[in-house]
Design a protein around this ligand. Structure first.
Ligand SMILES: [Cu+2]
Length: 146
Protein backbone atom coordinates (compact mmCIF):
# COMPACT_ATOMS: atom_id res chain seq x y z
CA UNK A 1 0.00 0.00 0.00
CA UNK A 2 2.78 2.41 0.93
CA UNK A 3 4.69 1.29 -2.16
CA UNK A 4 1.68 2.03 -4.35
CA UNK A 5 1.24 5.47 -2.81
CA UNK A 6 4.89 6.26 -3.37
CA UNK A 7 4.57 5.25 -7.03
CA UNK A 8 1.54 7.47 -7.37
CA UNK A 9 3.36 10.45 -5.88
CA UNK A 10 6.34 9.88 -8.16
CA UNK A 11 4.00 9.69 -11.17
CA UNK A 12 2.19 12.87 -10.17
CA UNK A 13 5.46 14.68 -9.64
CA UNK A 14 6.64 13.60 -13.08
CA UNK A 15 3.40 14.87 -14.65
CA UNK A 16 3.70 18.26 -12.95
CA UNK A 17 7.37 18.54 -13.90
CA UNK A 18 6.53 17.72 -17.53
CA UNK A 19 3.71 20.26 -17.61
CA UNK A 20 5.94 23.01 -16.17
CA UNK A 21 8.76 22.12 -18.54
CA UNK A 22 6.47 22.48 -21.54
CA UNK A 23 5.27 25.88 -20.38
CA UNK A 24 8.82 27.15 -20.06
CA UNK A 25 9.87 25.81 -23.45
CA UNK A 26 6.89 27.26 -25.33
CA UNK A 27 8.47 30.23 -27.19
CA UNK A 28 5.25 32.23 -27.52
CA UNK A 29 2.20 32.02 -25.28
CA UNK A 30 -0.92 33.93 -26.27
CA UNK A 31 -3.76 34.02 -23.78
CA UNK A 32 -7.20 35.51 -23.48
CA UNK A 33 -7.71 36.68 -27.08
CA UNK A 34 -11.05 38.47 -27.36
CA UNK A 35 -13.02 41.06 -29.27
CA UNK A 36 -16.31 42.85 -28.74
CA UNK A 37 -19.31 41.90 -30.86
CA UNK A 38 -19.83 44.51 -33.59
CA UNK A 39 -22.97 46.58 -34.15
CA UNK A 40 -24.72 46.25 -37.54
CA UNK A 41 -22.79 47.90 -40.36
CA UNK A 42 -19.52 48.19 -38.44
CA UNK A 43 -16.41 48.33 -40.62
CA UNK A 44 -13.81 48.21 -37.84
CA UNK A 45 -13.34 46.21 -34.64
CA UNK A 46 -10.70 46.00 -31.92
CA UNK A 47 -9.11 42.81 -30.61
CA UNK A 48 -7.21 42.23 -27.39
CA UNK A 49 -4.92 39.54 -25.98
CA UNK A 50 -1.87 38.94 -23.84
CA UNK A 51 1.35 37.77 -25.48
CA UNK A 52 4.35 36.38 -23.62
CA UNK A 53 7.58 35.43 -25.37
CA UNK A 54 10.13 33.18 -23.64
CA UNK A 55 12.94 35.04 -25.43
CA UNK A 56 12.88 38.69 -26.45
CA UNK A 57 11.03 39.02 -29.75
CA UNK A 58 9.06 41.54 -31.78
CA UNK A 59 5.49 41.23 -32.99
CA UNK A 60 5.66 42.57 -36.53
CA UNK A 61 2.11 42.29 -37.84
CA UNK A 62 -1.18 40.42 -37.77
CA UNK A 63 -3.71 39.25 -40.34
CA UNK A 64 -7.16 37.69 -40.22
CA UNK A 65 -9.72 36.25 -42.60
CA UNK A 66 -12.51 38.49 -41.22
CA UNK A 67 -10.94 41.86 -42.14
CA UNK A 68 -8.95 43.41 -45.00
CA UNK A 69 -6.02 44.22 -42.74
CA UNK A 70 -5.03 44.70 -39.13
CA UNK A 71 -3.25 47.72 -37.67
CA UNK A 72 -1.68 47.82 -34.24
CA UNK A 73 -2.53 50.96 -32.26
CA UNK A 74 -1.79 52.46 -28.90
CA UNK A 75 -4.27 54.72 -27.18
CA UNK A 76 -3.69 57.45 -24.67
CA UNK A 77 -5.74 60.21 -23.12
CA UNK A 78 -4.90 63.77 -24.16
CA UNK A 79 -6.92 66.71 -22.85
CA UNK A 80 -9.72 64.34 -21.94
CA UNK A 81 -9.81 62.81 -25.43
CA UNK A 82 -8.78 59.27 -26.27
CA UNK A 83 -6.28 59.34 -29.11
CA UNK A 84 -5.06 56.37 -31.13
CA UNK A 85 -1.65 56.18 -32.70
CA UNK A 86 -0.19 53.53 -34.97
CA UNK A 87 2.11 51.06 -33.26
CA UNK A 88 4.49 49.82 -35.96
CA UNK A 89 5.67 46.80 -33.98
CA UNK A 90 5.17 45.48 -30.45
CA UNK A 91 8.37 44.84 -28.47
CA UNK A 92 8.22 41.66 -26.37
CA UNK A 93 10.62 41.40 -23.45
CA UNK A 94 11.59 37.90 -22.36
CA UNK A 95 8.96 36.51 -20.00
CA UNK A 96 7.10 39.82 -19.71
CA UNK A 97 3.48 39.70 -20.91
CA UNK A 98 2.65 42.35 -23.50
CA UNK A 99 -0.96 43.35 -22.98
CA UNK A 100 -3.30 44.38 -25.75
CA UNK A 101 -6.18 45.72 -23.65
CA UNK A 102 -8.93 48.37 -23.79
CA UNK A 103 -7.45 51.85 -23.20
CA UNK A 104 -3.99 50.75 -24.31
CA UNK A 105 -2.45 48.81 -27.15
CA UNK A 106 -4.94 47.02 -29.38
CA UNK A 107 -5.35 45.38 -32.74
CA UNK A 108 -7.59 47.34 -35.08
CA UNK A 109 -9.36 45.19 -37.64
CA UNK A 110 -9.87 47.45 -40.66
CA UNK A 111 -12.40 46.72 -43.38
CA UNK A 112 -14.45 44.03 -41.65
CA UNK A 113 -15.66 41.47 -44.14
CA UNK A 114 -18.39 40.11 -41.89
CA UNK A 115 -20.22 40.98 -38.67
CA UNK A 116 -18.68 39.61 -35.46
CA UNK A 117 -21.50 38.13 -33.35
CA UNK A 118 -20.92 37.13 -29.71
CA UNK A 119 -19.78 33.52 -29.45
CA UNK A 120 -17.92 33.53 -32.77
CA UNK A 121 -14.27 32.53 -32.80
CA UNK A 122 -12.11 33.85 -35.62
CA UNK A 123 -8.45 33.22 -36.40
CA UNK A 124 -5.70 35.82 -36.22
CA UNK A 125 -2.23 35.05 -37.56
CA UNK A 126 0.55 36.81 -35.65
CA UNK A 127 3.91 37.34 -37.31
CA UNK A 128 6.90 37.43 -34.96
CA UNK A 129 10.40 38.44 -35.96
CA UNK A 130 12.06 35.38 -34.40
CA UNK A 131 9.30 32.91 -33.53
CA UNK A 132 7.64 33.04 -36.96
CA UNK A 133 3.86 32.85 -37.22
CA UNK A 134 1.29 31.79 -34.64
CA UNK A 135 -2.43 31.42 -35.23
CA UNK A 136 -4.71 32.31 -32.34
CA UNK A 137 -8.48 32.02 -32.02
CA UNK A 138 -10.18 35.23 -30.93
CA UNK A 139 -13.42 34.88 -28.97
CA UNK A 140 -16.12 37.47 -29.69
CA UNK A 141 -17.97 38.59 -26.56
CA UNK A 142 -21.04 40.74 -25.84
CA UNK A 143 -19.86 44.37 -25.32
CA UNK A 144 -19.67 45.38 -21.67
CA UNK A 145 -19.31 41.83 -20.38
CA UNK A 146 -15.62 42.25 -19.67
CU1 LIG B 1 -7.29 51.74 -32.81
Amino acid sequence: MIELRRKLIVTLFALVATACGQTVREPIVVSDAWSNATPAGATVAAAYMEITAAEADTLLSATTTVADHIEMHTSSEENGMMRMRPLATAPLEAGQPFKFAPGGAHFMLMGLRQPLPAGLRFPMVLQFEKAGTRTVQVLVVEPGTR
